[in-house]
Design a protein around this ligand. Structure first.
Ligand code: S3P
Length: 427
């Protein structure tokens, strides 16, 4: 392909918004319409859970999905345990929705999800009046949650976590009580934007110290959604990385969600010297959407600190890969949350970078990556983590067969079709 002729790549629908779209539609009063939802293993887990809780959720796909809501208190007791698979968002947001329902539900997940902390959500829900039993290890799934009559809460979250915040907002909605959540740095705000778009009264404030607070006033009924889910910025991140490092021609990614609480990577890339352009900006579902164009450019190192982390938390593995190809040494700090994602992403990234000949060191809350222009070669592990597989998939595609990934099929969690998309980009 000649330089200048752009390659167009579409990315799947936003994962966070698909989970929320399905949950809010299940709790709405009336018929919702969603277009562009992600059909991935994680969002299928949410759809399947809602079916177990009595909702008729059609199969997921990019076409129009139509579903009837049960109302804010209308979920029904599930016959068996609900398996959330690999999906932290499914488990944690469901806990919030179930807190306002007067029956017991057992939630579990795969080995990765069963190793992730749950008390960050369970504790505030218990303070509101929900009950939970940890059925195996403390702070871990499987958990039996029994909802009921709730009282309002103000929760000061030590974590900037949209899952914690959204669970409490959902408990406020299903319990019919007012709730507020403060966090040290704003986490992704899809729940707030989508709920505000449905007319739920939400007051949001930003503190002078960078903290954020949201307060929800309960409503009698949630209006149904009519929503087009934009492309997932976190999936686009891998396309962007490939395009920055190696694409022969500009890459065009249309219709990507560019909510500023998600796009910290764009700010990091601009510091690194990347050429990423956003244009054709519009809104959908109360969210900013844009088309992206990326051109290859030499990159240099940068540093990332705690205040920036929530806006790029899922992009750190691929940013580390970019840093390995940048000139200079990149330092990432304030990202201890990465240790409790689908894998310990600090250990996973550093182990893999070393396995292919890059220089990198772990920090307790981040990593140091030394950039190099030398070719990489070797075998890396996906660590059962979709974002680790895709981050190193970008490098593997650029190394023409010298880098191999074990467990590469895990990408279906958030980006089915990732490997064929990369092949198309490389042609
Ligand atoms: C998500 C929130 C983030 C993110 C995850 C999706 C969400 O997790 O890492 O991939 O949809 O709310 P935390 O809430 O644990 O930060």
């Amino acid at each position: 392909m000649r330089r200048g002729e752009a390659t167009t790549v579409r990315v799947p629908g936003d994962k966070s918004m698909t989970h929320r779209g399905l949950l809010f539609a299940a709790l709405a009063h009336g018929r919702s319409r969603l277009r562009g939802v992600l059909d991935g293993a994680d969002t299928r887990a949410t759809a399947a859970a809602l079916r177990q809780l009595g909702r008729a959720v059609p199969g997921l796909g990019p076409g129009e999905l139509v579903m009837d809501g049960a109302g804010l208190h209308g979920l029904q007791e599930a016959a068996g345990d609900i398996d959330c698979g690999n999906s932290g968002t499914t488990a944690r947001l469901l806990m919030g929705a179930l807190a306002g329902h007067p029956f017991s539900t057992t939630l579990t997940g795969d080995a990765s999800l069963r190793s992730r902390p749950m008390r960050r959500v369970l504790r505030p829900l218990a303070a509101m009046g929900a009950h939970f039993d940890e059925l195996a290890e403390p702070d871990r799934l499987p958990v039996r949650i029994r909802g009921g009559t709730l009282r309002g809460i103000h929760h000061d979250s030590p974590h900037a976590s949209a899952q914690v915040k959204s669970a409490i907002l959902l408990a406020g909605l299903t319990g019919g009580v007012s709730v507020s959540v403060a966090e040290p740095v704003p986490s992704r705000d899809h729940s707030e934007r989508m709920l505000a778009d449905l007319g739920v009264p939400l007051a949001r404030t930003l503190g002078a110290d960078g903290s954020a607070r949201v307060q929800l006033t309960p409503v009698e009924r949630l209006a149904p959604l009519d929503c087009v889910v934009p492309g997932d910025f976190s999936s686009a991140a891998f396309v962007i990385a490939y395009a920055c490092l190696g694409a022969a021609a500009p890459v065009h990614v249309p219709g990507v969600g560019v909510n500023p609480t998600r796009t910290g990577m764009l700010r990091v890339l601009s510091r690194m010297g990347a050429m990423v352009y956003t244009g054709n900006e519009r809104t959908a579902c109360g969210e900013p959407v844009a088309d992206l164009v990326i051109e290859r450019a030499p990159l240099h190192a940068t540093s990332i600190a705690a205040a920036e982390v929530p806006s790029l938390v899922d992009e750190i593995p691929v940013i580390a890969v970019l840093a390995a190809r940048a000139e200079g040494t990149t330092v990432i700090e304030g990202a201890a949350e990465l240790r409790v994602k689908e894998s310990d992403r600090i250990a996973a990234v550093v182990t893999n970078l070393r396995a292919i000949g890059a220089r990198a060191e772990e920090l307790p809350d981040g990593m140091i990556v030394h950039g190099t222009g030398r070719p990489f070669a070797g075998r890396v592990q996906a660590f059962h983590d979709h974002r680790i597989a895709m981050a190193f998939g970008v490098l593997a595609a650029l190394e023409h067969g010298r880098v191999h990934i074990d467990g590469a099929d895990v990408v279906g969690v958030s980006f089915p079709g990732f490997w064929s998309m990369l092949q198309h980009l490389g042609r």
